[in-house]
Design a protein around this ligand. Sequence first.
Ligand SMILES: [Zn+2]
Ligand SMILES: [Zn+2]
Ligand SMILES: [Zn+2]
Ligand SMILES: [Zn+2]
Length: 103
Amino acid sequence: MGECYFCLSKASHSCRLCGRPVCDTHGGGGVCVACREAICAVCGRELAVSYCSGCGRLGCVDCLVQYDPVRRFCRDCLARGASEFKPEALEPLKKVVRRVFGS
Ligand SMILES: [Zn+2]
Ligand SMILES: [Zn+2]
Ligand SMILES: [Zn+2]
Ligand SMILES: [Zn+2]
């Protein structure tokens, strides 16, 4: 397995997001300390890409929805404020990203 990317002690597994070898201290829960800082606070599974304009939490492409050109909201905020948003105008951020970058 090799050495932990962070402390160079024996690595026990690799980070499931970045793939770097990590020890239990630096890779607890399957995600390394670097990725944990940048992980989606909504689902806790994917790397975050931006902040929710409502609650300020980090969110990933699956959890944040582009509401208008400058604002993105997480699923929880959308659920809470469903009446003040227009759900039919929403589009998952993933699709927007695909359209813009053509991937
Ligand atoms: Zn380590
Ligand atoms: Zn990582
Ligand atoms: Zn997420
Ligand atoms: Zn939110």
